[in-house]
Write a protein that binds this ligand. Structure first.
Ligand code: MIG
Length: 688
């Protein structure tokens, strides 16, 4: 066994029996000495060769926290779990089902110091976090070679920054993708799509509508069923006139059918069997061939199809489903001994499995970038680095009160694993959703970057306008509140894009020395400034809220609360502003809660306000650009423009829906206005 170590700042790369991994990240460091035992600030790591591959053992301490691993249907704390990395379509999942769609073989250990461990392998790696060996994290890699990264820091954030710095900075999502999106398996025909949009227009804003697989002709990719979609481009354009974007679904497999030109043109670039025959797997269209996204020919063909499909139909986004890839077979995917061709070498599917979706998404993103100004991809599957190209949704959740609760640790764990843009099907994909539960999904996901209502064919109708008035109002209010906070959400998206910081964060991300924070799975932070504690139980009208150390302002009650501690709060009292924050709101408005540590300037750098004490909500200049500088020691700075509404006596009201971009600068300390923000402001189409 040959171990090589390279160091760069606080990061190290360890290669075992060196071999180029399928997904490569650029890491140029200095050779260091080392062997099979490596000291880290969160315990020793030992590497050994076993019959079945390589084992990695890291000491697990009594008070150590283990978090990360991306999309896993468990609570945030990962101790005492065995987690398998194998992208899978479980066909609906509940708490405890593992694996599901997206695998991120990366975890963070928190002791006095923090360390991140990333095993860059796209094969079936298993992380056993203190189950079979009580005092060890045991990582099983089913290959004789590996590339491992170790990141060290004093905060979780520092480690996340390093991980994202290595695997890739998140794409900048278009503003509309943060709005209220709607979907159904499937809206058709054309006239029905427009009807749904029209019904919503009367009551609740919608930023995008999704077209599920039934738009296709016999589920053949990049085709339309012309009986139900006579003029797709015309339909999309009429949605655009209503301010609604259109997103169409694409699966990876192309129907293997004579005369289907997209399939025929791709021949020579598909996944093969061990005997060099075309591999065919059954999916929606029947037997399908799978583009071998590891080959340039396949990527080029795919990109051509994507570009013409998107352009010809004026689409704004693509929704990449089934890319684990999912096959209707016993193993649910392409057989492990099927063959890909990578840099002229034949590689087994089993060793690149977790990269399949990533490669598809990358090709799709590159194609879209050529034809759409701000591409948006919503993907089901992914691997470390997927954040460069796509947002992830958590797939086929099954509508239930427990799923409602489960989505918080799933989405926030993705956040600390490099994927800031994530969300779940509001209402739950499978099953019948009662009005109260649907409304609670809307509230729960209020600060999730992806906010999309979606439902299975045989699930209940859950368009908001069909709900009983009581629940319709609850959900519609959640949408209004989201739009009111849109400049803040957009700021967080920009912060994520620039730094890799998550949008929806687990409490422990901000309060890493607070043991209780690691066990809070029913609250989350939106950025550093806002704590959110939604109601998650049936029939509930209040709950206990844990507030970590510091002072918090209850937006609903207008009361100041001092943590750490538990507080009984009533319905609606779910948003808490952290002291030392300025939150940009729609409508030239802001919420500020601090102690004289922030200064507000208009676009001309005129001082508008400074030294605020306590809570302050108000309007800024009518049309001016507002710059917030130096909040609490310069931890965070903002600049940007706002239009629209807000706040009376600490209770929020919506007066308008317009919003413009606001950017958060890196927290470099001070305070320069970001040069790019002006550029971003131009070329902007408001959501409403
Ligand atoms: O086998 O396209 O997760 O969102 O509606 C089901 C139909 C295929 C699974 C996706 C779901 C989508 C559905 N798809």
């Amino acid at each position: 066994m040959k171990v090589g170590i390279t160091g760069k700042g606080k990061a190290r790369r360890i290669t075992v029996n060196r071999r180029t991994p399928v997904i490569e990240y650029s890491f140029k460091g200095v050779e260091r000495r080392g062997g099979r035992e490596i000291g880290t600030s969160c315990g020793r790591v030992a590497i050994s060769e076993e019959e079945w591959g390589l084992a990695l053992r890291k000491e697990l301490d009594t008070y150590e926290h283990v978090i990360g691993f991306g999309e896993k249907a468990f609570d945030i704390e990962r101790r005492r779990l065995v987690l398998r990395m194998w992208n899978t379509d479980p066909g609906g999942y509940r708490r405890g089902d593992d694996p599901i769609y997206t695998s991120i073989p990366f975890f963070i250990s928190v002791r006095e110091k923090v360390a991140g461990y990333f095993v860059n392998s796209t094969s079936e790696v298993v992380f056993d976090v203190g189950v079979s060996e009580y005092d060890q994290v045991l990582v099983k890699i089913p290959e004789k070679h590996a590339e491992i990264y170790i990141f060290e820091g004093s905060t979780i954030e520092e480690v996340v920054e390093q991980f994202v710095g290595l695997t890739g900075m998140p794409f900048m999502p278009p503003e509309w993708s943060l709005g209220h999106q709607i979907s159904r398996y499937s809206y058709y025909p054309e006239s029905y799509v427009l009807k749904v949009a029209g019904e919503y227009a009367r009551s609740v804003p919608v930023s995008a509508i999704y077209l599920d697989i039934d738009y296709m002709d016999g589920f053949k990719l990049f085709t339309w069923n012309s009986k139900i979609f006579r003029d797709p481009k015309g339909m999309v354009e009429s949605l655009h006139r209503k301010g609604i974007r259109a997103v169409a679904i694409i699966d990876p497999g192309l129907k293997a059918e004579q005369g289907y030109r997209h399939f025929e043109k791709g021949v020579g670039g598909y996944v093969e069997t061990g005997d060099r025959e075309l591999y065919l797997g059954r999916v929606w269209p029947g037997l399908c061939a799978f583009p071998d996204f590891f080959r340039d020919e396949a990527v080029d063909h795919w990109k051509r199809m994507v570009k013409s499909f998107v352009t010809e139909n004026s689409l704004d986004g693509l929704w990449l489903d089934m890319n684990e890839p999912s096959v209707f077979s016993e193993t649910k995917t392409i057989p492990e001994d099927a063959v890909h061709s990578y840099r002229g070498e034949r590689v087994k599917h089993g060793s690149v499995h977790n990269a399949y979706g990533f490669m598809e998404v990358r090709a799709t993103y590159e194609a879209m970038k050529e034809v759409v100004e701000e591409p948006f991809i919503l993907s089901r599957s992914g691997y470390a680095g997927i954040q460069k190209y796509a947002a992830i949704w958590t797939g086929d959740n099954i509508s239930s009160w427990d799923d409602l609760r489960l989505q918080i640790p799933i989405v926030t764990s993705m956040g600390i694993s490099g994927i800031p843009f994530a969300g779940c099907d509001l209402g739950g994909f499978a099953g019948r959703t009662e009005g109260e539960l649907l409304a609670r999904y809307y509230q729960m996901a209020l600060f999730f970057p992806v906010f999309r209502n979606h439902k299975a064919k045989d699930g209940s109708d859950q368009e908001l306008y069909l709900l009983p008035e009581r629940f319709r109002k609850m959900a519609a209010d959640a949408v209004s509140t989201r739009y009111m906070f849109m400049p803040y959400l957009y700021s967080l998206a920009y912060e994520a894009h620039r730094t890799g910081h998550p949008v929806a964060r687990p409490l422990c991300y901000e309060f890493q020395n607070d043991r209780t924070a690691y066990s809070i799975n029913d609250e989350y932070m939106a950025g550093r400034s806002l704590l959110y504690a939604p109601l998650l139980e049936k029939g509930e009208s209040g709950r206990d809220v844990y507030l970590p150390e510091g002072r918090w302002f209850s937006l609903y009650e207008g009361a100041e609360l001092t943590g750490p501690g538990w507080f009984r709060r009533g319905e609606g009292d779910s948003i808490f502003i952290r002291r030392g924050s300025v939150i940009p709101m729609s409508g030239n408005a802001y919420l500020a809660y601090g102690s004289g540590e922030f200064h507000m300037f208009d676009g001309k750098e005129r001082l508008l306000k400074s030294d605020a004490t306590g809570f302050d909500a108000g309007h800024t200049v009518e049309e001016g650009e507002v710059t917030f500088l130096g909040i609490e020691g310069g931890r965070c700075s903002m600049d940007g423009k706002m239009t629209g509404c807000l706040s009376e006596n600490g209770r929020t009201r919506v007066a308008g829906r317009g919003f413009r971009r606001v950017s958060v600068l890196s927290r470099a300390g001070s305070s320069r206005k970001h040069a790019g923000s002006k550029q971003r402001n131009s070329n902007h189409r408001a959501v409403q």
